[in-house]
Write a protein of this length. Sequence first.
Length: 237
Amino acid sequence: MKGVKYSICGNILLIVKVEPLIISNEIELLNFAIKNCEIDNSIEGVVFISEKNSQIEYRFFNSDGSEEILCGNSLFAIGEIFCSNQNTLTLTRCGILAKISVVSDNIVLQIEYSLKNLYLNETTFDVGTPHIVMQVSNIYDINWATFNNHKELNITLFSIINGMAVARTFERGVNKETFACGTGAISIFINSNKKELGIQQVEYLKSQCSYQMNSLEFTEKEIRLNMSILKKNIILL
């Protein structure tokens, strides 16, 4: 197996295309992920993908070897690699449906969650990986040590500045603050809707990369979020 390294809004991921039989071999994938993250400690996660007829089989491992259901930024990278302006890729993972497409200069992600599994509590959302989301008064001055009691979760903090959310995320499995987090942005959009904050844009402080919410819809059983980032924020390294 060989991977290709990408920066997605400053989040460094190794994207590895594998044959369908390999995608289910957890031990082989895990060993590959850990080995490559040890060789190159800039890699924050490894994405394994297998494509057939516009359907994506997908697995994601953090740099410590733990597996997450989804990594939001990796979905945008998949769109950059596999999508043209004519096609849409569909990915289903543990009850979460994601559709990825390219529209002009944007990578667009439409993602659907079951309301039954989304809300863990008032401030914590399982969007393929669990995030506790908190609005803070000063996003520029954060002492991550004060959040040690939430180490089993991703911690996403934001302040509203000039009408948008300026955000920071400390990611479990990487055990550090990353430059950007796609599922962190998703969690902020959902939290904003729940609390009627009116946030349409999330910009990560460290990368100054923005995620744009295009729409957010509720049905009786599901929530459907459409969001995008600019293609220029996905860089082949």
